[in-house]
Design a protein. Structure first.
Lengths: 103, 107, 280, 162
């Protein structure tokens, strides 16, 4: 199954800008479905970005992060062609990870 | 489309609605309900042919059926009458719009 | 005389003046008058920006839209659509075999008019017919698969000008007229027509939403709506608009909806395709 | 998701009157399933369970924040839709180790908290859900002290939908 993580990492000399869009329902646990049953909470809790084995960014997310979550940040360093390692874990213990080349 | 035209039409629609509902609500028997429901379904069928049914008519028809199933023929007949009024209004709307739509057309 | 008349008249005057045109429909004049109406009503909106719907009506919304467009939520639909295009059917054929130029960059010509069948063929209908012709079950017109396919095809046509043709076949003219009549006809218990919202009051609020102008409203289809937190095809948008006026929606891809899309796309000829779009 | 028109318009009305939103949240705070311990930094489980923004900040950092104009919070005046509100923060403060976002009237105020290692630019953009019109608070931890910026964001269509 194609990864649920889409990443765009672009380097412009000294900093690398990273954008990520992840396919995930991010159910808050407060919504009722058509039959009036509560849809249980199901959302990504941690999303981590690593470069050269070092964490460059770690997101701790609650139920208030939008569906198909998006995040943008930047870090000093990084070079075109290098790899970023991205992985997430949600409150049900499901995980996914991928790598992305810095453009 | 000038406001006066839409106001007169809305009054006409409202009149059709009020007329139908104002009928005296005596203790309705199953026969009363059946008659009212048949009339409502016939009107809704006509609205369907004009491809112009309203969702509120459908809800009232369902409410009438539900009330009748529960044996409450007063509520069932009232809902059926309301459904017929709405169906008639949707028929009135479809026929009156046959030419009236041109008023709003951008030329 | 007709074109001179419509060009010279001030839009409000033209609107109220009784139609002088003979009963024979004149799509070319309609299209000019339609576009002039919106250009006059929103002089500050750039011509090609009309395809951005509510975002060209409100600065605050526009900024939020730009933010979303950096990495838009319909990204997944485009990629899924691309994968579907690349995956052959059981019989080895693909969607590309059903369309000119392998289905790439052709969205702006849909809906077309099929002179054999004598009816309008929309992109969604053509996709399902392609599936059926190749022994596959058709998709729901309202669900994500259809949205992904149309999202990908729209994406490959981005920037191309809408280019809808009405052949000299009288049935095509009739389909165009049917679409126009549907657009202006009031329906539902709220007694609204499409024009009540999208011609009389674009830019204004209806409940919580800012209304999009009718000009270019098809160009962004299919759309990812935050409200649905998911993709929506043209069919889904038509059905939900019906139920919001408390009119019972018809079957997706009924003749009325096909003709309506034909009319709405034709009058937007010349405006760029911007689909798939993100919407509030 | 069946799209019966009655449910659709009914939910919209309820949400708009705010009644629906209150009724839903009246269900009390549903305990989150205990999250598996993350590989490295621990997930601030307790902070995400707090109702008010003050309690969440205390649970997360154990200290209070002072407003600072060095924290620039970028959020819309009126959210187009409470389900997807683009919110971002940038700061000129240095030695930033953490950035957090709180939505004061959400059932749990803490929405997101980011660990900013050395060498990472102190700026984050994300899309959050907002239940209704309320304050969005951005917190920046710089040199062990907390700085904040607050902005009210109007929400017309509740972000929690249904």
């Amino acid at each position: 199954m194609a990864s649920t993580i889409r990443v765009r990492a672009t380097n412009n000399g000294d900093t690398t800008e990273v954008q990520a869009l992840i396919q995930h329902p991010m159910d808050s646990g407060f919504i009722k479905d058509a039959q009036g049953q509560i849809i249980p909470a199901h959302f990504i809790q941690q999303l981590s970005f690593e470069y050269n084995g070092k964490s460059v960014f770690l997101a701790n997310w609650g139920a208030a992060v939008s569906k198909d979550p998006y995040v943008k940040f930047a870090f000093k360093g990084g070079a075109k062609g290098d790899e970023l390692k991205i992985s997430w874990v949600d409150n049900k213990g499901a995980t996914d990870s991928t790598t992305a080349k810095i453009q | 489309m000038s406001a006066t035209m839409s106001v007169t039409r809305n009054i006409a629609l409202a009149v059709v609605l009020v007329l139908a509902i104002a009928m005296p609500a005596l203790a309705a028997s199953e026969a009363d309900f059946k008659a009212a429901f048949a009339a409502a379904e016939a009107a809704e069928k006509q609205a369907d042919q004009l491809r112009n049914k309203w969702t509120t008519t459908e809800t009232q028809l369902a409410a009438a059926k539900k009330a009748a199933a529960a044996g409450d023929f007063d509520a069932a007949t009232a809902a059926a009458k309301e459904a017929e009024a709405l169906a008639q209004a949707s028929i009135f709307q479809a026929t009156s719009e046959k030419e009236r739509w041109k008023d709003m057309e951008i030329r | 005389m007709r074109t001179a008349f419509s060009l010279a008249s001030i839009c409000v005057l033209a609107w109220l003046a009784p139609a002088l045109a003979a009963d024979k429909p004149d799509p070319v004049a309609d299209q000019k008058a339609f576009q002039n109406f919106f250009i006059k009503k929103f002089p500050k909106v750039k011509y090609e920006d009309f395809v951005n719907g509510p975002y060209s009506m409100d600065e605050g919304l526009h900024r939020q839209w730009e933010e979303k467009e950096q990495f838009p939520p319909y990204e997944f639909a485009v990629e899924t659509g691309k994968e579907m295009f690349a995956t052959p059917f059981k019989n080895g054929k693909t969607y590309g075999d059903c369309f000119a130029n392998k289905g790439i960059g052709v969205r702006q010509n849909y809906p077309t008019f099929d002179e054999k069948e004598g009816k309008v063929i929309t992109l969604e209908l053509a996709l399902n017919r392609c599936r059926e012709a190749n022994g596959e079950a058709p998709y729901s017109y309202l669900k994500d698969e259809m949205a992904s396919l149309t999202a990908y095809m729209a994406f490959t046509s981005r920037g191309q000008k809408m280019d809808i043709r009405i052949p000299s076949d009288p049935r095509a003219l009739e389909a165009y007229e049917n679409g126009k009549r549907y657009f202006y006809t009031r329906r539902g218990q709220l007694n609204f027509s499409c024009a009540t919202c999208h011609v009389q009051s674009p830019g204004e609020h209806i409940r919580a939403e800012i209304l999009a102008p009718a000009l270019g409203i098809m160009n962004a289809m299919p759309i990812y709506r935050s409200e649905w937190s998911g993709m929506g095809t043209t069919s889904r948008r038509f059905l939900t608009c019906n139920s919001q006026t408390r009119a019972v929606p018809l079957e997706p891809q009924s003749d009325e909806y096909r003709d309506l899309e034909y009319y709405l796309s034709y009058v937007a000829n010349g405006l760029p395709i911007s689909g798939p779009g993100a919407r509030p | 998701m069946s799209l019966s028109s009655d449910r659709h318009s009914m939910t919209r009305r309820l949400v708009l009157q705010g009644a629906g939103a209150v009724a839903l949240f009246g269900l009390g705070n549903i305990p989150f399933a205990p999250a598996l311990a993350a590989a490295n930094d621990k997930y601030p489980e307790d902070a995400f369970k707090q109702k008010s923004d003050a309690d969440a900040i205390k649970a997360l950092y154990g200290k209070t924040a002072e407003a600072s104009d060095k924290v620039k919070l970028d959020a819309p005046e009126i959210a187009e839709n409470g389900a997807v509100v683009p919110i971002a923060v940038t700061t000129t403060l240095t030695e930033v180790s953490s950035i957090s976002f709180l939505v004061s009237e959400n059932p749990n105020a803490l929405a997101a908290s980011y660990v900013i290692p050395a060498g990472t630019v102190p700026a984050v953009a994300n899309r959050l859900k907002m239940a209704k019109t309320c304050n969005v608070i951005a917190i920046v931890e710089s040199g062990g002290k907390l700085y904040s910026a607050t902005k009210e964001v109007k929400v017309t269509v509740g972000g929690c939908g249904g």
